[in-house]
Ligand binder design. Structure first.
Ligand code: GLA
Length: 400
């Protein structure tokens, strides 16, 4: 009997290799992560209160579901090498926290690193991948962000494949988020490894800046946005480009937050909020929970926007949506407000990737301004509008 069991286990183990969990993240994941606001200052009370707030504020209702603990939750490994949470910060343990989060209808995410140490100097998973994956599965974890600090001597594709296989072997469907900052062009090799991959170094809470830390740097919203160029063809349902977590509500001006959020939705980016959900302004909540703007991000077609043209400091972006609809985003990245007139009959957006093309002259659309909730008529007459500095106009074009 024992022998049969052993054979069965081996067979299951063998078939577990070479796969990621599909049917996860068919639209870009939505949730919250502790890092942008709290850095290493995490504990179980924060996570519980954040889960409470996600429900109470209407964020859950707007589609957010993952509560992700980033770096610094770790304690030591036990004598057998199993990772333990920091006993002071997480005295009830992660399993109890997962139960709490699950009881709210939400999911729990955790963080580790392919190297021996995380970026915050805590124990990484190197040499413990299968053990850690098993631990996460037993705890009831639903999402793993896997970082790339201390990767000394490792090859990225191999290291991330090892953890993918470990997660799959552990048997619990876990969204696998690759965080190697785009250093090894994961878009070329990670489609069958993870569900999302970071494309750049860390975001900084500014609209247009770059912060140099010597050995590494952080990028503002526009700097990250520009670095997505050429990557849209690699993303789609189940495998997303990740331009990093949101900074909405962390100190930018409301127009900058609105533009940041809109651009991430146009990019079909994961929407992982990074602010204090327990204490948000009305404006922040309004931006984070706008269902019509979120619907652009979550559109099941899963195609990122492309820049159709740029003129006078304005950029005109188009995102094909299901049911023949389009999202259009006009971004003002210049230093003065810009007025424009868009004559639909003489403009065309054609997308090689999706094979979609607007034919405004023969196929009219109704126009809706998603942030102001105004219906602006149809594409049968020209549209004139002004976009303030570092702001956006976001329109949904629906076939008449
Ligand atoms: C790296 C990641 C960040 C965050 C920190 C934690 O910098 O890119 O998103 O996870 O590590 O230390």
């Amino acid at each position: 009997m024992k022998r049969i069991l052993l054979i069965l286990t081996c067979a299951a183990g063998l078939s577990a290799h070479g796969q990621k969990f599909d049917q996860l993240a068919l639209t870009p994941p939505m949730g919250w992560n502790s890092w942008n606001k709290f850095a290493c200052d995490v504990n179980e009370q924060l996570i519980r209160e954040t889960a409470d707030a996600m429900v109470a504020t209407g964020m859950k209702d707007a589609g957010y579901q993952y509560i992700n603990i980033d770096d610094c939750w770790h304690g030591q490994r036990d004598a057998q090498g199993f990772i333990q949470p920091d006993p002071t910060r997480f005295p009830s343990g992660i399993k109890a926290l997962a139960d709490y989060v699950h009881a709210k209808g939400l999911k729990l995410g955790i963080y580790s690193d392919a190297g021996a140490k995380t970026c915050g100097g805590r124990p990484g998973s190197r040499g413990h991948e299968y053990q850690d994956a098993l631990t996460y599965a037993q705890w009831g974890i639903d999402y793993l962000k896997y970082d790339w600090c201390d990767h000394e001597g490792l090859k990225a594709e191999g290291a991330y494949t090892t953890m993918r296989d470990a997660l799959f072997a552990a048997g619990r469907p876990i969204v696998f988020s690759l965080c190697e900052w785009g250093d090894n062009q994961p878009w070329n090799w990670a489609t069958n490894i993870g569900h999302l991959w970071r494309t750049t170094s860390d975001i900084y809470n500014c609209f247009d800046c770059k912060v140099n830390h010597g050995a590494w740097f952080q990028l503002g919203v526009l700097q990250i946005f520009d670095k997505q160029e050429g990557l849209r063809k690699f993303a789609g349902p189940g495998h997303w480009n990740d331009p990093d977590m949101l900074e909405v509500g962390n100190g930018m001006m409301p127009n900058e937050d609105r533009a940041h959020f809109s651009l991430w939705c146009m990019l079909a980016a994961p929407l992982i909020s990074g602010n204090d959900l327990r204490n948000m302004s009305k404006e922040t909540l309004h931006i984070l929970t706008d269902k019509e703007v979120i619907a652009l991000d979550q559109d099941p077609l899963g195609v990122e926007a492309f820049k159709c043209f740029a003129k006078d400091g304005l950029e005109f972006w188009f995102k094909p949506l299901s049911d023949g609809a389009w999202a259009m985003c006009v971004l003002n990245r210049g230093a003065t407000p810009q007025k424009f007139t868009f004559d639909w009959n003489s403009e065309k957006a054609a997308d090689d990737l999706s094979g979609r093309e607007t034919k405004f002259d023969t196929t009219p659309y109704s126009i809706r301004n998603l942030w102001t909730k105004q219906d602006l008529g149809t594409t049968q007459s020209a549209l004139t509008a002004e976009v303030p500095v570092f702001d956006v106009l976001v329109l949904r074009l629906t076939k008449l």
